[in-house]
Ligand binder design. Structure first.
Ligand code: HEC
Length: 69
């Protein structure tokens, strides 16, 4: 989440809300996973990463950056 704070405010203002929610959700999920990792086994960690990555796929399916002319 700390990394996400550095995003340019001008860019942030232009991004759609669903995009920001998905993006922040992924940052938060990885932060949560980082806290839980010591108490999980390898299979549980992979299951969690798999779950988080469904958001990566969902966002890529929904949004595309197109250069304005
Ligand atoms: C909030 C939406 C969002 C989420 C969540 C997201 N991405 Fe992306 N990602 C994008 C966008 C937008 C691009 C730029 C795609 C384009 O070319 O238009 C991108 C591009 C990428 C690229 C570069 C692809 C290329 O062609 O160069 C990679 C690699 C990538 N994402 C990986 C991930 C991974 C791994 C995750 C999950 C941990 C993730 N992304 C989560 C929105 C997202």
């Amino acid at each position: 989440m700390a990394m996400a704070q550095d995003v340019n405010p001008a860019l942030m203002a232009k991004l759609p809300m669903t995009f920001k929610k998905m993006g922040m959700g992924v940052h938060q999920s990885f932060d949560d996973l980082a806290v839980k990792v010591p108490s999980l086994n390898q299979k549980q960690i992979l299951t969690e990463v798999d779950r988080i990555m469904t958001t990566c796929v969902a966002c890529h399916e929904t949004f595309k950056i197109v250069e304005s002319k």
